[in-house]
Design a protein around this ligand. Structure first.
Ligand SMILES: NC(=O)c1ccc[n+]([C@@H]2O[C@H](COP(=O)([O-])OP(=O)(O)OC[C@H]3O[C@@H](n4cnc5c(N)ncnc54)[C@H](OP(=O)(O)O)[C@@H]3O)[C@@H](O)[C@H]2O)c1
Length: 330
């Protein structure tokens, strides 16, 4: 088993495969049902995952946090819950950034109510609010720690400068950026900073929204409500080049008797400085497959081979928004 990892300098440990609890809200994923979502959360825990990543804005009315409470309330003491504040939905279902101290404190209280708990292990500022100095938002999260509502602080979608500014006011335990085989910008900047400061990096989109799970055929037609339609990675030449890259992973997967998703996740959690891959899933079988990667490790030769294929793939046109948007708003 790949060992659990320490959250920053705390005494909290988490599995390097964590469950991302965004797809279960159904805002950008299609064919999501409440029963599948609850079963997926339970399956994640049964498969050995102890870390669940959610946010105040996952679901228009906190559905993700509420489902975590329903599915996992009975094992609350055995899981690590990370949630986030600073983004909410307006009445037109558009995302609004608001990281004023009073908003963060009110959102944290609401998240705790939804989660049916009096304290979360990790509370992130979801994204910097251009209208509010980072230090002010950091001060609010520090107060939440002092009040005993939050054990550790995190920041998501930050530059290095913003991380340093936050860290001065409220020591960070975790950073949450996007990162995957095809999007590695943080390796030159934020990741070295996190390693120097002892801050854990828990990364989102390790499977690039399912692209790197290797199950989308080349000719896949995305349904109108599928949020992936608008990302360059999923269309035209970019999509075909990504498929060429995935074909190489598929061959390796067949040779060693693993799935493409397992290989991608295994590579991710073995990258220096990456503490966990936050894996979104909406079906029990997906999260079981992703959790299976905890029980084996790619060899250094296999990692070198994959690194060569990534170089051969070349730079990608990612064009990603920093935070998720509902399919309807684009
Ligand atoms: N901090 C932030 O701003 C931020 C932003 C985005 C995400 N996140 C966090 O990171 C998590 C991960 O991001 P994500 O959920 O958007 O993307 P992801 O983990 O890259 O991809 C999740 C999607 O991949 C597919 N999938 C997963 N496992 C699979 C498997 N074994 N086989 C086939 N398909 C599989 C499923 O989609 P289909 O079944 O539809 O193909 C699933 O919905 C989120 O849930 C959230 O917790 C944070």
């Amino acid at each position: 088993m790949i060992a659990q990892r320490r959250l920053g300098q705390s005494d909290i440990f988490f599995t390097p495969i964590a469950m991302g609890c965004w797809p279960i809200t159904g805002i950008t994923s299609i064919d999501v049902s409440e029963s599948d979502s609850l079963a997926t959360l339970e399956a994640a825990f049964e498969a050995g995952i102890n870390c669940f990543d959610t946010a105040y804005c996952y679901g228009y009315a906190g559905e993700s946090e509420r489902m975590i409470a329903r599915a996992l309330g009975r094992v609350r003491d055995r899981i690590v819950i990370a949630t986030k504040g600073g983004i909410h939905w307006d009445e037109q279902h558009k995302q609004v950034r608001d990281a004023r101290p009073a908003t963060l404190k009110a959102q944290c209280d609401e998240s705790l109510r939804r989660l049916g708990t009096d304290r979360v292990e990790l509370y992130y500022l979801h994204a910097p609010d251009p209208q509010v100095p980072v230090a002010e938002s950091a001060g609010a999260i520090k107060e939440l720690i002092t009040a005993g509502k939050v054990r550790c602080a995190g920041a998501s979608n930050f530059t290095v400068e913003q991380l340093a500014e936050f860290h001065q006011v409220c020591p960070l335990s975790a950073y949450q950026p996007h990162f995957n085989m095809l999007q590695r910008e943080i390796e030159d900047s934020q990741l070295p900073w996190c390693r120097e400061q002892g801050v854990s990096a828990l990364v989102y989109w390790p499977l690039m929204k399912g692209l790197l799970a290797g199950k989308l055929p080349r000719e896949h037609v995305f349904a109108e409500m599928d949020g992936r339609r608008k990302y360059p990675m999923f269309s035209g030449d970019e999509f075909q080049r990504n498929q060429d890259f995935i074909d190489k992973l598929r061959k390796l997967a067949m040779d060693i008797g693993k799935s493409v998703a397992e290989i991608v996740l295994n590579w991710t959690i073995q990258r220096p400085g990456i503490s966990a891959a936050l894996c979104g899933a909406k079906r029990p079988q997906q999260i079981r497959e992703n959790a299976a990667t905890l029980s084996w490790s790619l060899s250094s030769e296999q990692i070198d081979l994959i690194d060569r294929w990534i170089v051969e793939r070349g730079p990608t046109v990612s064009g990603m928004p920093t935070v998720m948007q509902p399919a309807k708003s684009s």
